[in-house]
Design a binder for this molecule. Structure first.
Ligand SMILES: Cc1cc2nc3c(=O)[nH]c(=O)nc-3n(C[C@H](O)[C@H](O)[C@H](O)COP(=O)(O)OP(=O)(O)OC[C@H]3O[C@@H](n4cnc5c(N)ncnc54)[C@H](O)[C@@H]3O)c2cc1C
Length: 424
């Protein structure tokens, strides 16, 4: 029977960073991923750009400069994207990247560090005894099989493995368990960009008019558009599906269908209303609808809004972030934003990565132990990447010392993160 040191469920940015962080310390690591590429929501849901990962500071002469906060493996990925000419850094608070290069870079990182990959394979269950996960059950073209490891890491975004292993969790906001809305992102090509610069300030007003006339059903309050790395293409993150449960397959299917109608509604609106879209082409929508929030696994500590607003620096921090509280209304229109100081940051403690009652299982990425409000801030790509790296380092230390992840000392964890240039 083959036994890995670490099995990571889910190959999003958190999963890849965790796997690479552990493998570069000599662990034999496998990523089990239900799709056929790495990158998670960035690849499967077309999520782009990287939200804020740098602090904005002023030097002695009062000149503004940017200091990269999310470093370590995230910086390595950004540096590789930059070297490949696959980044658009014209706005340091949302840096667009080419997803095809990202997929390749993530596979390169895994190959260089000896991480094994298993695609088109879904984790469907876990064999757990006394809080120890012995194996995970997976399903793929070979049918069902069991995969064994000493440690397991849940990076599925939805906390699938933790829930299958029996860990407690919360879903969405406390009062009604509704999660932030789901969004199907899409790209529109052949946009007249010169004309678009003139049209852009008028789009939200016209959109409101159409909404009031009942011609737009999308409950989102405005139209959210980002630039794309390619010329003449725009990236839309603007559909909004509310009141659906992202971890119910029937609801998820309805959400995907509802969002697709919104894609056509939005494209029709733009084509009929604005010169810049006259010859535009609806290029593609994401293969999967994007889930901002679903389950958050109950851990030894629950990260909360207060920690963010007080820029809390935890003794056992594994990662840090400077992205705002950004809650898209789970039940209607509006987005609740709380802006943070541009030169300060919050940290995320290791205890949020330790599911209660589990011994050799950790969780990383958007489904760590947190409240609905706090999740809206740390869920972005740069931060989940660093959370994953922290988790991978913790497992590497646990493995070397033959201890449980919860027994890993913060000093050792920080020494390892320092060695790899990560901030926490
Ligand atoms: C609509 C939307 C817009 C967003 N906008 C931005 C933005 O502009 N900038 C930004 O930085 N962030 C943004 N985010 C946030 C960010 O994309 C996610 O929070 C982040 O990708 C989460 O990373 P993760 O590694 O935790 O999970 P994911 O990226 O979701 O990766 C999880 C992986 O696990 C796999 N998986 C799931 N279940 C199983 C299973 N049972 N077995 C095997 N594999 C499984 C999935 O296929 C996936 O590859 C947005 C998110 C959404 C949904």
């Amino acid at each position: 029977m083959k036994k890995y040191d670490l099995i990571v469920a889910g190959g999003g940015l958190s999963g890849v960073a965790a796997a690479v962080a552990a493998a570069r310390e000599g662990l034999h690591v496998l990523i089990v991923e239900k799709n056929s590429n790495l990158g998670g929501a960035a690849s499967n849901c077309l999520i782009n750009p990287f939200m804020k990962y740098s602090l904005q500071k002023k030097d002695a002469r009062g000149e503004v400069f940017y200091e990269q906060l999310n470093c370590g493996l995230f910086k390595e990925i950004v540096d590789r994207l930059r070297r490949a000419g696959a980044l658009n850094e014209s706005n340091m608070f949302n840096v667009a990247f080419n997803i095809e290069y990202m997929k390749m870079i993530l596979e390169d990182l895994c190959e260089e560090n000896g991480v094994d990959l298993l695609y088109q394979t879904t984790v469907t269950g876990a064999d757990v005894r006394d809080g120890v996960v012995r194996s995970v059950r997976v399903f793929n073209k070979n049918g069902f099989s069991d995969l064994f490891a000493e440690y397991f890491l849940d990076c599925t975004g939805d906390g699938d493995l933790s829930v299958m292993a029996g860990a407690p969790f919360r879903l969405g906001r406390d009062e009604d368990h509704l999660c932030q809305p789901m969004t199907l992102c899409f790209w529109v090509s052949n946009v007249d960009m010169e004309q678009f610069a003139k049209d852009r300030p008028l789009i939200n007003g016209k959109y409101k008019e159409w909404q009031e006339q009942g011609k737009i059903k999308n409950p989102r309050e405005n139209v959210l558009i980002f630039r794309h790395v390619a010329p003449g293409i725009l990236h839309f993150n603007t559909t909004r599906v509310i009141n659906r449960n992202p971890v119910d397959a029937f609801d998820l299917t309805m959400a995907q269908r509802e969002a697709r109608k919104q894609v056509f509604e939005m494209f029709g609106f733009l084509q009929q209303s604005f010169e810049s879209f006259k010859d535009a082409v609806l290029l593609m929508s994401a293969p999967e609808i994007g889930v901002r929030e679903s389950r958050m696994i109950d851990g030894e500590y629950t990260f909360c809004l207060d920690d963010i607003l007080n820029y809390r620096k935890f003794e056992d921090s594994v990662a840090c972030g400077c992205y705002e509280v950004d809650i898209h209304n789970p039940s209607g229109t509006g987005t609740h934003l709380i802006y943070l100081k541009k030169d300060n940051y919050y940290t995320i403690p290791l205890r949020c990565l330790l599911p209660r009652g589990m011994k050799n299982l950790m969780v990383a990425g958007r489904c760590i132990s947190s409240t609905h409000e706090a999740q809206s801030a740390y869920r972005i790509l740069p931060i989940v990447c660093n959370i994953g790296e922290g988790a991978g380092c913790a497992v590497a230390i646990a493995h070397k010392e033959n201890i449980l992840p919860r027994e890993v000392g913060a000093d050792k964890l920080h020494a390892m993160l320092d060695r790899y240039g990560a901030r926490y």
